[in-house]
Design a protein around this ligand. Structure first.
Ligand code: PLP
Length: 393
């Protein structure tokens, strides 16, 4: 195949910083370097930038500026949300409800809390990765402090009915808090905290072309919350530590661009996604699309290829200049099959043959066609070497 520019198809792992975000950030590394907590003019420039970022992010989410807490990313936001609500409610509850396809930032936090004496219900999902509002509500008791269900899954792209879940939970138990990990949703789906009806929401800047190491936790006013860091009074006593001013400025700029461009970018990405899905299904036998066919992120394509290892496919794709991933970025270094694929009923051997393509604004229809053309050769070569492919089924 012809040599051409590299094709980056791993936007769910991370996305390139938007040039406008970079430009907005630069002065806060140089002349506007002050500590926002200090009183002199240089510091006040940083303080003003922080205040403006709170205002902008809040208005984009339909929240109040005081309900926005800047964090170091999606992982910290998830940890702060879940531990923060659990520890604040110890006097009346001890139970958390979540699903078994959450990101490890949620699952491992829940595992940690179990060791501290909390009880956690990990709800199963169906073959498409969906959990229903009725299932969630049925698991909620008068001791349930928190429900945490992701807005969209990072591996298989399935979009969960979070607004309906939040409504069902509140009907059954008004004082149970509802959290959603919306890390993969921003820029792809509408994210409005009141429409979703959630009390806490996590975001990560580098997934929407902001800087790495920067994130957002939305915390609805009045939600009981115990901060996870001790120290200064930053972020209204909810997240101690000198603020990452440049990161926060870049976050707000990237978020505004992602949200305002969504109506144009999401349908464009969905068309590319469908072109890639149709191309793969049309050119190869023994493939399985993972995740819901229509209720899925506009930029997510995830396939299992029978009788081959996802890692081998990735290396071969990389050789042709195509960057994709097997499972989530965090697990691609481990040999364990993805917990998400196992949860939707993919057999262990097949789960090893998974590849996720996550698209972004710079991708074109020609990129999709290039991948579709490259894959059959790779898969056939790998299957020819695979002992599994030659066993009778
Ligand atoms: N939650 C989801 C759904 C994610 O996809 C990720 C990153 O892959 C995270 C949380 C963690 O975000 P961060 O990389 O900012 O810690």
């Amino acid at each position: 195949m012809m040599n051409r520019r590299p094709i980056y198809l791993d936007h769910a792992a991370t996305s390139p910083l938007h040039p406008k975000a970079l430009e907005a950030m630069l002065p806060y590394f140089t002349e506007k370097f002050g500590n926002p907590s200090s009183v002199y003019t240089i510091a006040q420039e940083a303080r003003k930038a922080l205040d403006e970022a709170h205002d902008k992010v809040a208005s984009l989410l339909g929240a109040r500026p005081t309900e926005i807490i800047f964090t170091s990313g999606g992982t910290e936001s998830d940890n702060a949300a879940i531990k923060g609500v659990a520890l604040a409610g110890r006097d009346w509850g001890d139970h958390i409800v979540t699903t078994n396809i959450e990101h490890h930032a949620v699952l491992h936090t829940c595992n940690f809390l179990e060791k501290q004496g909390f009880r956690v219900t990990y709800l199963p999902v169906d073959g498409d990765g969906l959990v229903t509002p009725a299932q969630v509500a049925a698991a909620v008791t008068e001791k349930t402090l928190l429900v945490s269900v992701m807005l969209a899954n990072n591996e298989i792209g399935t979009i969960e009915p979070v607004a309906e879940i939040a409504r069902a939970v509140k009907e059954k138990s008004p004082r149970t808090s509802v959290h959603t990990d919306a890390v993969q949703g921003l820029g792809a789906l509408p994210v409005d905290v009141n429409r979703l009806g959630v009390d806490l929401l996590s975001l990560s800047s580098h997934k929407f072309r902001g800087p790495k190491g920067s994130g957002i936790l939305y915390l609805r006013r009045g939600t009981p919350f115990t901060p996870q860091q001790s120290g200064g009074t930053q972020e209204r006593n909810r997240r101690a530590g000198t603020e990452n001013v440049a990161g926060i400025v870049g976050t707000a700029v990237a978020m505004e661009l992602a949200v305002t461009e969504r109506e144009k970018s999401a349908p464009r990405l969905a068309a590319l996604r469908d072109r890639l899905i149709a191309g793969i299904e049309g050119s190869l036998e023994g493939v399985r699309l993972n995740g819901h066919r229509t209720q899925r992120l506009p930029n997510n394509v995830n396939f299992c290829f029978e009788f081959v290892e996802g890692e081998s496919i990735l290396l071969n794709l990389d050789f042709l200049g195509i960057a994709a991933s097997s499972g989530s970025a965090c697990t691609s270094a481990s040999l364990e099959p993805s917990h998400v694929l196992l949860a939707i009923g993919v057999p262990v051997e097949t789960a090893h043959g998974s590849v996720r393509f996550s698209l972004g604004p710079e991708n074109t229809p020609e990129d999709m066609d290039y991948v579709v053309k490259a894959l059959p050769g790779i898969i056939q070569r790998l299957r020819a070497m695979s002992p599994l492919a030659h066993q009778p089924r």
